[in-house]
Design a protein around this ligand. Structure first.
Ligand code: NDP
Length: 239
């Protein structure tokens, strides 16, 4: 059965692979982008591009309206858009702390709140929040990022309890270091050190994160809610 899916940050990286995974399953997929042009091949394959900065409530509202008009009420929300602004705490500005929290956590609250409106009416829905292994194990230089991603776990689990009785599941995917622009921005030595701590001994690829997200949205995952699924080559084990 084809569903109406909305994925934030779908133009590249993990979001891009996630859009692909849902297209491949035959769903009707909308994705947000902030750059002037949306990914040509996703649009070519039928996905709906929505210009939207998730930190702007009006743009989020417009994106939902456009998605609803084109493909019906959102049945699956993937809150994937996220940023880093790394620094050691003594050097971390108020702005870098607040911007990361706004983009990664507050925007996910905004998106989930808007999505839940239609899901409550339909008495079904799937919400997947993209967190990080760093939320579980911490990382020097990422106090802002880890706080935002750990916040998603508390947020998602609380929401799962609120709306489980209405047939809506809320789950959290926690990727480890994944081969996208976000990882490419890290110094080589830091990447090598992280990989050294990964039991599987390598960086993840975006398709591996996308399959976990697609699984959580699938019928096969109908009895899973409030779960945190690490997709991290084993780095967060035991945390
Ligand atoms: P990328 O940097 O490749 O992509 C980030 C995506 O988020 C882009 O599509 C970007 O949109 C979008 N985005 C950022 N800020 C906003 C905003 N204000 N409004 C709308 N969209 C926004 O990163 P990844 O694909 O790696 O990251 C995807 C998610 O996975 C993030 O939440 C990240 O924290 C998480 N993650 C990534 C890991 C990694 O190692 N790569 C590890 C753990 C978690 P645009 O293209 O317009 O800039």
């Amino acid at each position: 059965m084809s569903r109406s899916v909305l994925i934030t940050g779908g133009n590249r990286g993990i979001g891009y692979s996630t859009v692909r995974a849902f297209i491949d399953r035959g769903d009707r997929v909308a994705f947000t982008h902030r750059t002037e042009s949306a990914s040509f091949d996703l649009v070519h394959d039928g996905a709906l591009p929505l210009y939207c900065d998730v930190t702007d409530p009006e743009e989020v509202e417009s994106a939902f309206k456009e998605a609803e008009a084109s493909q019906g009420p959102v049945e699956v929300l993937v809150a994937n858009a996220g940023i880093t602004r790394d620094n050691l705490l003594p050097f971390m500005s108020e702005e870098d702390f607040a911007t990361v929290l706004d983009t990664n956590l507050t925007a996910s609250y905004r998106l989930a709140k808007r999505a839940v409106r239609g899901m409550l009416k339909a008495r079904r829905g799937r919400i997947i929040l993209v967190s990080s292994a760093v939320a579980l194990k911490g990382e020097a230089g990422q106090t802002n990022y880890a706080a935002s991603k750990a916040g998603l776990i508390g947020f998602g689990r609380s929401l799962a309890r609120e709306i489980g009785s209405r047939g809506i599941t809320v789950n959290i995917v926690a990727p480890g270091l994944t081969d996208t622009a976000m990882a490419a921005a890290l110094p080589e030595e830091r990447v090598a050190k992280i990989i050294g701590d990964v039991p599987l001994g390598r960086i993840g690829n975006p398709e591996e994160i996308a399959s976990a997200i697609a699984f959580l949205a699938s019928e096969e995952a109908s009895y899973i809610t409030g779960a945190v699924i690490p997709v991290d080559g084993g780095i967060s084990m035991g945390h």
